[in-house]
Write a protein that binds this ligand. Structure first.
Ligand code: 6V0
Length: 331
């Protein structure tokens, strides 16, 4: 034996802790960025990876396992058949067909809905108590699809939504003002995509309301300048994809921040894709991003953030865009 026994039994206070298990479905660029962020941030005792490509999957698992000496202790498992995911606390779905040149967005949706029809019922059956986090695009529609296919209550199904867009927004504002992005409170809500809504009216930096501060100090700002920053957020994914072919690091950190809020019951507010029916005059069953409080029970509530009439109208427009796409689906 490597060690001489000191205690013959594990104290009950230690043996009682249930390990935290996270599964990541889809071991592509995004899935692996999420997996590695989860590992470095010590968010799970067990991490299960799933992918349809067995060689890539085993290669990724081994590559991460070989970092064990530099990381907090985490058991890393993998399986193509989802068997390794049994009993997960959180299942993060990043599997997704990629758009091929000339392919319509709607067509991509149909392919990913077909994929979800295979994946989601199995994931839900293996981990009936888990929280489902959808990352695959188009994320809002696929979160709705996952909610339908899983049979889970809506508080246990979220889409990574505009948590990432809001981080890009905070970065751009922080860069502009030369402050730390963590001191900038700013939300992008609505669709994770072209119809997203920037909540200019509620931006604050270190507790100072940005727009009213600019107005009070009679600093001229053009609406166009604000719109340009929002446009830069919307365009940033396209820019990164044009330059490096895919996005990965920021969505990795974004999803890990959500995992921490959920599994550690942090009760932090994140803009994520949640069931929005009944909010701000939205009447359809649609998932889109709103600032939501996240904890061990999933979505604990949605903050009653004040929207100007223009912002509320844009949000309803964003809901209409998603509902239009959903109306073409057969699930
Ligand atoms: P990728 O690198 O092609 O990875 C996709 C992975 O899914 C591949 O490894 C496939 O083998 C795997 N896969 C396919 N079918 C199955 C299946 N049935 N079961 C298990 N695995 C399967 O793509 P990438 O990782 O770059 O992107 C994945 C998805 O995330 C895409 O839909 C992106 O559009 C989406 N993103 C979403 C973001 C967000 O903010 N919500 C951000 C970035 C990307």
């Amino acid at each position: 034996a490597v060690f001489k026994a000191v205690h013959h039994s594990v104290p009950p206070s230690l043996s009682g802790r249930r390990p935290t298990k996270i599964s990541v479905v889809g071991a592509g660029h995004v899935g692996m960025a999420i997996a590695q962020t989860i590992l470095t941030q010590d968010l799970a005792d067990v991490l299960a990876l799933v992918d349809a490509n067995p060689d890539k999957l085993r290669g990724e698992m081994l590559d991460l396992q070989h970092a064990a000496a530099f990381l907090p202790r985490t058991t890393i498992l993998s399986s193509v058949d989802f068997s390794s995911t049994t009993g997960s606390d959180l299942c993060i779905v990043t599997a997704g067909a990629r758009q091929i040149p000339g392919e319509s967005r709607l067509n991509l949706i149909h392919r990913n809905v077909e994929l979800f029809q295979k994946i989601i019922p199995t994931v839900a059956a293996k981990s009936p108590e888990c929280i489902l986090m959808i990352v695959s695009n188009p994320v809002d529609v696929l979160t709705f699809v996952a909610w339908k296919l899983s049979g889970f209550p809506p508080n246990r199904v979220i889409g990574s939504g505009t948590n990432l867009d809001s981080s890009r927004f905070r970065f751009l504002i922080a860069d502009h003002l030369q402050v730390n992005a963590q001191d900038v409170q700013a939300y992008i809500i609505g669709e994770h995509g072209d119809s997203s809504v920037a909540l200019w009216s509620s931006i604050s930096v270190g507790g100072v309301a940005l727009l009213s501060c600019l107005e009070k100090e009679e600093i001229n700002y053009e609406k166009e300048t604000l719109e340009k920053i929002h446009k830069a957020v919307v365009d940033s994914a396209y820019e990164v994809i044009d330059l490096k072919g895919y996005t990965s690091w920021a969505i990795g950190y974004s999803a890990a921040s959500l995992a921490r809020a959920l599994l550690r019951d942090q009760r932090r507010i994140h803009p994520v894709s949640v069931m929005a029916k009944g909010m701000y005059g939205i009447s359809g069953e649609v998932f889109l991003s709103l600032p939501a409080q996240l904890g061990r029970g999933g979505v604990l509530g949605v903050t009653n953030v004040h929207l100007t009439e223009e912002e509320a109208q844009r949000l309803r427009g964003s809901a209409e865009t998603i509902l239009e796409v959903q109306s073409h689906l057969e699930i």
